[in-house]
Design a protein around this ligand. Structure first.
Ligand SMILES: Nc1ncnc2c1ncn2[C@@H]1O[C@H](COP(=O)(O)OP(=O)(O)O)[C@@H](O)[C@H]1O
Ligand SMILES: N[C@@H](CCOP(=O)(O)O)C(=O)O
Length: 319
Protein backbone atom coordinates (compact mmCIF):
# COMPACT_ATOMS: atom_id res chain seq x y z
CA UNK A 1 0.00 0.00 0.00
CA UNK A 2 1.07 3.54 -0.39
CA UNK A 3 -1.62 5.74 1.07
CA UNK A 4 -0.11 7.08 4.26
CA UNK A 5 -2.17 10.28 4.27
CA UNK A 6 -5.92 10.26 3.67
CA UNK A 7 -7.22 13.19 1.65
CA UNK A 8 -10.83 14.16 2.30
CA UNK A 9 -13.12 14.83 -0.68
CA UNK A 10 -13.60 18.43 0.53
CA UNK A 11 -9.85 19.10 0.81
CA UNK A 12 -9.22 17.57 -2.61
CA UNK A 13 -11.96 19.60 -4.29
CA UNK A 14 -10.58 22.79 -2.72
CA UNK A 15 -7.05 21.82 -3.84
CA UNK A 16 -8.14 21.14 -7.42
CA UNK A 17 -10.08 24.39 -7.62
CA UNK A 18 -6.72 26.21 -7.77
CA UNK A 19 -6.00 24.51 -11.11
CA UNK A 20 -7.40 24.72 -14.61
CA UNK A 21 -8.04 20.97 -14.51
CA UNK A 22 -11.79 20.36 -14.68
CA UNK A 23 -14.10 19.12 -11.93
CA UNK A 24 -13.30 16.17 -9.66
CA UNK A 25 -14.92 12.88 -10.71
CA UNK A 26 -13.01 10.37 -8.59
CA UNK A 27 -9.83 9.81 -6.58
CA UNK A 28 -8.47 6.36 -5.79
CA UNK A 29 -5.48 5.51 -3.62
CA UNK A 30 -2.72 3.70 -5.55
CA UNK A 31 -1.46 0.51 -3.91
CA UNK A 32 1.99 0.42 -5.60
CA UNK A 33 4.96 2.36 -4.32
CA UNK A 34 6.44 2.57 -0.87
CA UNK A 35 7.67 6.10 -0.29
CA UNK A 36 4.82 8.54 -0.89
CA UNK A 37 1.03 8.73 -0.93
CA UNK A 38 -0.33 8.56 -4.48
CA UNK A 39 -3.90 8.99 -5.74
CA UNK A 40 -5.22 8.49 -9.24
CA UNK A 41 -7.46 11.51 -9.83
CA UNK A 42 -10.02 11.73 -12.64
CA UNK A 43 -11.61 15.05 -13.51
CA UNK A 44 -14.01 16.14 -16.23
CA UNK A 45 -10.92 17.28 -18.21
CA UNK A 46 -8.19 14.67 -17.68
CA UNK A 47 -6.51 12.10 -15.44
CA UNK A 48 -3.77 13.05 -12.96
CA UNK A 49 -1.59 11.64 -10.21
CA UNK A 50 -1.78 13.42 -6.88
CA UNK A 51 1.35 12.85 -4.79
CA UNK A 52 1.71 13.77 -1.12
CA UNK A 53 5.34 13.59 -0.07
CA UNK A 54 6.00 11.52 3.04
CA UNK A 55 8.93 11.33 5.42
CA UNK A 56 11.73 10.27 3.04
CA UNK A 57 11.26 13.14 0.60
CA UNK A 58 12.48 16.44 2.04
CA UNK A 59 10.32 19.39 1.06
CA UNK A 60 13.51 21.35 0.34
CA UNK A 61 14.44 18.87 -2.39
CA UNK A 62 11.16 19.19 -4.29
CA UNK A 63 12.23 22.26 -6.33
CA UNK A 64 15.22 20.22 -7.66
CA UNK A 65 13.05 17.23 -8.60
CA UNK A 66 10.41 19.41 -10.25
CA UNK A 67 12.98 21.47 -12.18
CA UNK A 68 14.58 18.25 -13.44
CA UNK A 69 11.23 16.83 -14.55
CA UNK A 70 10.32 20.09 -16.28
CA UNK A 71 13.70 20.14 -18.05
CA UNK A 72 13.30 16.56 -19.30
CA UNK A 73 9.66 17.04 -20.33
CA UNK A 74 10.60 20.20 -22.26
CA UNK A 75 13.09 18.07 -24.22
CA UNK A 76 10.29 15.69 -25.18
CA UNK A 77 11.04 12.86 -22.75
CA UNK A 78 8.12 10.90 -21.33
CA UNK A 79 8.47 12.00 -17.72
CA UNK A 80 5.69 13.44 -15.56
CA UNK A 81 6.14 17.12 -14.72
CA UNK A 82 4.13 18.73 -11.94
CA UNK A 83 1.16 20.76 -13.13
CA UNK A 84 1.17 24.45 -12.19
CA UNK A 85 -1.90 26.08 -10.69
CA UNK A 86 -3.39 29.33 -12.04
CA UNK A 87 -0.74 31.32 -10.15
CA UNK A 88 2.11 29.26 -11.61
CA UNK A 89 2.73 27.30 -8.39
CA UNK A 90 3.55 23.56 -8.66
CA UNK A 91 4.55 22.63 -5.09
CA UNK A 92 1.56 22.93 -2.74
CA UNK A 93 0.47 21.75 0.69
CA UNK A 94 -2.43 19.33 1.29
CA UNK A 95 -3.49 17.63 4.53
CA UNK A 96 -0.33 18.99 6.14
CA UNK A 97 2.05 17.48 3.57
CA UNK A 98 3.88 18.90 0.56
CA UNK A 99 1.87 17.85 -2.50
CA UNK A 100 1.91 18.08 -6.31
CA UNK A 101 -0.59 17.37 -9.04
CA UNK A 102 1.36 15.36 -11.63
CA UNK A 103 0.80 14.55 -15.28
CA UNK A 104 -0.54 11.01 -15.69
CA UNK A 105 1.45 8.77 -18.05
CA UNK A 106 -0.01 5.63 -19.59
CA UNK A 107 1.73 2.26 -19.55
CA UNK A 108 2.46 -0.51 -17.06
CA UNK A 109 5.65 -1.55 -15.34
CA UNK A 110 6.75 -5.04 -16.32
CA UNK A 111 7.68 -7.59 -13.67
CA UNK A 112 9.55 -9.91 -16.05
CA UNK A 113 11.07 -7.76 -18.81
CA UNK A 114 12.12 -9.33 -22.09
CA UNK A 115 15.51 -8.49 -23.62
CA UNK A 116 13.73 -6.22 -26.14
CA UNK A 117 12.06 -4.31 -23.31
CA UNK A 118 15.32 -4.13 -21.35
CA UNK A 119 17.11 -2.73 -24.40
CA UNK A 120 14.40 -0.06 -24.77
CA UNK A 121 14.73 0.81 -21.08
CA UNK A 122 18.54 1.07 -21.33
CA UNK A 123 18.08 3.38 -24.33
CA UNK A 124 15.56 5.48 -22.36
CA UNK A 125 18.10 5.94 -19.56
CA UNK A 126 20.71 7.03 -22.12
CA UNK A 127 18.24 9.54 -23.63
CA UNK A 128 17.62 10.91 -20.16
CA UNK A 129 21.37 11.26 -19.55
CA UNK A 130 21.83 13.01 -22.90
CA UNK A 131 18.97 15.39 -22.05
CA UNK A 132 20.41 16.49 -18.68
CA UNK A 133 23.77 17.58 -20.07
CA UNK A 134 22.61 21.23 -19.94
CA UNK A 135 20.61 20.90 -16.70
CA UNK A 136 22.22 23.14 -14.10
CA UNK A 137 20.41 21.96 -10.94
CA UNK A 138 22.53 20.15 -8.32
CA UNK A 139 21.59 17.86 -5.46
CA UNK A 140 24.00 15.76 -3.38
CA UNK A 141 23.05 12.10 -3.43
CA UNK A 142 21.70 11.55 0.07
CA UNK A 143 21.96 7.79 -0.60
CA UNK A 144 25.36 8.07 -2.30
CA UNK A 145 28.66 6.41 -1.41
CA UNK A 146 29.35 8.79 1.53
CA UNK A 147 26.06 7.82 3.19
CA UNK A 148 26.58 4.06 3.26
CA UNK A 149 28.90 3.74 6.25
CA UNK A 150 26.79 5.98 8.53
CA UNK A 151 23.72 3.94 7.56
CA UNK A 152 25.63 0.69 8.14
CA UNK A 153 26.65 1.92 11.58
CA UNK A 154 23.10 2.96 12.44
CA UNK A 155 21.93 -0.58 11.54
CA UNK A 156 24.81 -1.99 13.59
CA UNK A 157 24.89 -5.57 14.88
CA UNK A 158 21.10 -5.77 14.41
CA UNK A 159 21.99 -6.68 10.80
CA UNK A 160 22.75 -10.18 12.10
CA UNK A 161 19.08 -10.53 13.12
CA UNK A 162 18.29 -10.50 9.39
CA UNK A 163 20.93 -13.13 8.62
CA UNK A 164 23.88 -14.29 10.74
CA UNK A 165 27.06 -12.79 9.26
CA UNK A 166 25.34 -9.89 7.46
CA UNK A 167 27.17 -7.31 9.59
CA UNK A 168 30.58 -8.76 8.72
CA UNK A 169 29.80 -9.21 5.02
CA UNK A 170 28.41 -5.71 4.54
CA UNK A 171 31.22 -4.17 6.63
CA UNK A 172 33.87 -5.92 4.53
CA UNK A 173 32.10 -5.08 1.25
CA UNK A 174 31.93 -1.42 2.32
CA UNK A 175 35.69 -1.34 3.00
CA UNK A 176 36.56 -2.88 -0.36
CA UNK A 177 34.05 -1.06 -2.55
CA UNK A 178 34.50 2.43 -1.07
CA UNK A 179 38.31 2.07 -1.30
CA UNK A 180 38.02 1.27 -5.03
CA UNK A 181 35.20 3.72 -5.81
CA UNK A 182 35.93 5.48 -9.13
CA UNK A 183 35.84 9.23 -9.39
CA UNK A 184 38.24 11.19 -11.60
CA UNK A 185 37.43 10.94 -15.30
CA UNK A 186 33.83 9.77 -14.76
CA UNK A 187 30.92 12.03 -15.83
CA UNK A 188 28.84 13.47 -12.99
CA UNK A 189 25.33 14.50 -13.96
CA UNK A 190 21.76 14.45 -12.61
CA UNK A 191 20.92 10.74 -12.36
CA UNK A 192 17.62 8.98 -11.58
CA UNK A 193 19.27 6.67 -9.01
CA UNK A 194 16.28 4.28 -8.67
CA UNK A 195 15.36 3.19 -12.22
CA UNK A 196 13.95 -0.20 -11.21
CA UNK A 197 11.43 -1.94 -13.50
CA UNK A 198 8.57 -0.53 -11.38
CA UNK A 199 9.69 2.99 -12.29
CA UNK A 200 9.61 2.38 -16.06
CA UNK A 201 6.18 2.38 -17.72
CA UNK A 202 5.91 0.42 -20.96
CA UNK A 203 3.35 -0.09 -23.71
CA UNK A 204 4.42 -3.35 -25.33
CA UNK A 205 8.11 -2.93 -26.17
CA UNK A 206 8.01 0.87 -26.02
CA UNK A 207 8.93 2.92 -22.96
CA UNK A 208 5.97 5.23 -22.29
CA UNK A 209 7.23 6.79 -19.06
CA UNK A 210 10.02 7.14 -16.52
CA UNK A 211 8.62 7.96 -13.08
CA UNK A 212 9.58 8.33 -9.41
CA UNK A 213 12.48 10.78 -9.60
CA UNK A 214 12.59 11.24 -5.80
CA UNK A 215 16.11 9.85 -5.40
CA UNK A 216 17.41 11.90 -8.37
CA UNK A 217 20.71 13.57 -7.54
CA UNK A 218 24.08 14.60 -8.92
CA UNK A 219 26.28 11.53 -9.11
CA UNK A 220 28.31 9.34 -11.49
CA UNK A 221 26.45 8.80 -14.78
CA UNK A 222 27.64 5.20 -14.98
CA UNK A 223 26.44 4.50 -11.44
CA UNK A 224 22.87 5.09 -12.69
CA UNK A 225 23.34 2.33 -15.28
CA UNK A 226 24.91 0.09 -12.65
CA UNK A 227 21.88 0.57 -10.36
CA UNK A 228 19.60 -0.30 -13.26
CA UNK A 229 21.68 -3.39 -14.06
CA UNK A 230 21.35 -4.70 -10.50
CA UNK A 231 17.59 -4.04 -10.48
CA UNK A 232 16.67 -5.51 -13.87
CA UNK A 233 18.99 -8.44 -14.52
CA UNK A 234 18.06 -10.84 -11.69
CA UNK A 235 15.05 -12.77 -10.49
CA UNK A 236 13.32 -11.31 -7.42
CA UNK A 237 15.41 -13.38 -4.98
CA UNK A 238 18.65 -12.15 -6.55
CA UNK A 239 19.80 -15.75 -7.04
CA UNK A 240 19.59 -16.02 -10.82
CA UNK A 241 21.35 -13.59 -13.12
CA UNK A 242 19.73 -13.18 -16.54
CA UNK A 243 22.64 -12.32 -18.81
CA UNK A 244 20.35 -11.66 -21.79
CA UNK A 245 18.61 -8.89 -19.83
CA UNK A 246 21.82 -7.38 -18.45
CA UNK A 247 23.44 -7.39 -21.91
CA UNK A 248 20.33 -5.87 -23.52
CA UNK A 249 20.24 -3.01 -20.99
CA UNK A 250 23.84 -2.13 -21.72
CA UNK A 251 23.31 -2.48 -25.47
CA UNK A 252 20.38 -0.03 -25.28
CA UNK A 253 22.41 2.38 -23.16
CA UNK A 254 25.35 2.21 -25.56
CA UNK A 255 23.12 3.54 -28.36
CA UNK A 256 24.01 6.98 -26.92
CA UNK A 257 26.97 6.37 -24.60
CA UNK A 258 29.30 3.57 -25.71
CA UNK A 259 31.11 2.29 -22.63
CA UNK A 260 34.82 3.11 -22.65
CA UNK A 261 37.33 0.47 -21.50
CA UNK A 262 37.93 2.32 -18.19
CA UNK A 263 34.15 2.41 -17.61
CA UNK A 264 33.79 -1.31 -18.29
CA UNK A 265 36.64 -1.94 -15.88
CA UNK A 266 34.82 -0.02 -13.12
CA UNK A 267 31.35 -1.42 -13.80
CA UNK A 268 31.38 -4.29 -11.29
CA UNK A 269 32.60 -1.94 -8.53
CA UNK A 270 29.77 0.48 -9.31
CA UNK A 271 27.24 -2.36 -9.37
CA UNK A 272 28.64 -3.71 -6.08
CA UNK A 273 28.15 -0.23 -4.61
CA UNK A 274 24.55 -0.24 -5.83
CA UNK A 275 24.05 -3.61 -4.13
CA UNK A 276 25.42 -2.25 -0.85
CA UNK A 277 23.20 0.84 -1.12
CA UNK A 278 19.97 -1.13 -1.63
CA UNK A 279 20.93 -3.89 0.82
CA UNK A 280 21.47 -1.20 3.48
CA UNK A 281 18.31 0.83 2.83
CA UNK A 282 16.25 -2.37 2.75
CA UNK A 283 17.96 -3.64 5.91
CA UNK A 284 17.22 -0.37 7.71
CA UNK A 285 13.57 -0.58 6.65
CA UNK A 286 13.46 -4.27 7.60
CA UNK A 287 14.73 -3.53 11.10
CA UNK A 288 12.57 -0.45 11.60
CA UNK A 289 9.24 -1.37 9.97
CA UNK A 290 6.89 -3.33 12.21
CA UNK A 291 6.18 -6.75 10.64
CA UNK A 292 2.46 -5.96 10.67
CA UNK A 293 2.80 -2.56 8.93
CA UNK A 294 0.70 -2.13 5.81
CA UNK A 295 3.76 -1.60 3.64
CA UNK A 296 5.59 -4.63 2.22
CA UNK A 297 9.21 -4.79 3.37
CA UNK A 298 11.72 -5.54 0.62
CA UNK A 299 14.25 -8.33 1.17
CA UNK A 300 17.79 -7.01 1.86
CA UNK A 301 19.30 -10.45 1.17
CA UNK A 302 18.10 -10.30 -2.45
CA UNK A 303 20.71 -7.55 -2.77
CA UNK A 304 23.41 -9.52 -0.97
CA UNK A 305 22.97 -12.33 -3.51
CA UNK A 306 23.33 -9.79 -6.32
CA UNK A 307 26.49 -8.50 -4.64
CA UNK A 308 27.90 -12.03 -4.75
CA UNK A 309 27.29 -12.06 -8.51
CA UNK A 310 29.40 -8.92 -9.06
CA UNK A 311 32.12 -9.89 -6.56
CA UNK A 312 31.84 -13.33 -4.97
CA UNK A 313 34.72 -12.60 -2.55
CA UNK A 314 32.55 -10.02 -0.74
CA UNK A 315 29.90 -12.45 0.53
CA UNK A 316 31.48 -15.13 2.67
CA UNK A 317 29.51 -15.21 5.94
CA UNK A 318 25.87 -15.11 4.88
CA UNK A 319 24.67 -18.48 3.64
N1 LIG B 1 2.96 10.04 -13.52
C1 LIG B 1 2.42 8.84 -13.37
N2 LIG B 1 1.63 8.32 -14.33
C2 LIG B 1 1.05 7.12 -14.15
N3 LIG B 1 1.17 6.37 -13.04
C3 LIG B 1 1.95 6.83 -12.06
C4 LIG B 1 2.62 8.08 -12.16
N4 LIG B 1 3.31 8.30 -11.03
C5 LIG B 1 3.08 7.23 -10.24
N5 LIG B 1 2.26 6.35 -10.85
C6 LIG B 1 1.75 5.08 -10.31
O1 LIG B 1 1.89 5.12 -8.90
C7 LIG B 1 2.73 4.06 -8.45
C8 LIG B 1 3.61 4.55 -7.29
O2 LIG B 1 4.39 5.65 -7.73
P1 LIG B 1 5.89 5.86 -7.24
O3 LIG B 1 6.33 7.21 -7.67
O4 LIG B 1 6.75 4.70 -7.65
O5 LIG B 1 5.64 5.83 -5.68
P2 LIG B 1 6.69 5.81 -4.50
O6 LIG B 1 7.50 7.08 -4.63
O7 LIG B 1 5.83 5.78 -3.31
O8 LIG B 1 7.54 4.58 -4.65
C9 LIG B 1 3.53 3.62 -9.66
O9 LIG B 1 3.91 2.29 -9.58
C10 LIG B 1 2.53 3.87 -10.78
O10 LIG B 1 1.60 2.78 -10.84
N1 LIG C 1 13.75 0.62 -5.37
C1 LIG C 1 14.08 0.51 -3.97
C2 LIG C 1 13.04 1.08 -3.06
C3 LIG C 1 12.48 2.41 -3.50
O1 LIG C 1 11.13 2.22 -3.76
P1 LIG C 1 10.32 2.93 -4.96
O2 LIG C 1 8.96 2.30 -4.89
O3 LIG C 1 10.34 4.40 -4.60
O4 LIG C 1 11.03 2.63 -6.25
C4 LIG C 1 14.28 -0.98 -3.58
O5 LIG C 1 13.82 -1.84 -4.32
O6 LIG C 1 14.89 -1.24 -2.54
Amino acid sequence: MAVYTQVSAEALAAFLSRYECGELISAKGIAEGVENTNYLVDTTADRFILTLYEKRVAADDLPFFMALLEHLAAKGLNVPPAIKDRSGVAIQALEGRPACLIKFLSGVSVSHPTPTQAEAAGRAMAEMHAAVRDFTGMRDNSMGVASWRPLFERCGRSLDQIAPGLYDDLGHALDVVTAGWPDAGFDRIAIHADLFPDNVLMLGDTVSGLIDFYFASTDLRLYDLAIMHTAWSFDATGETYHAAIGDALIRGYESHFPLQPFERAAFDTLASGACIRFALSRAWDWLNTPADALVTRKDPLAYLRRLAHYNSSLVTHVQ
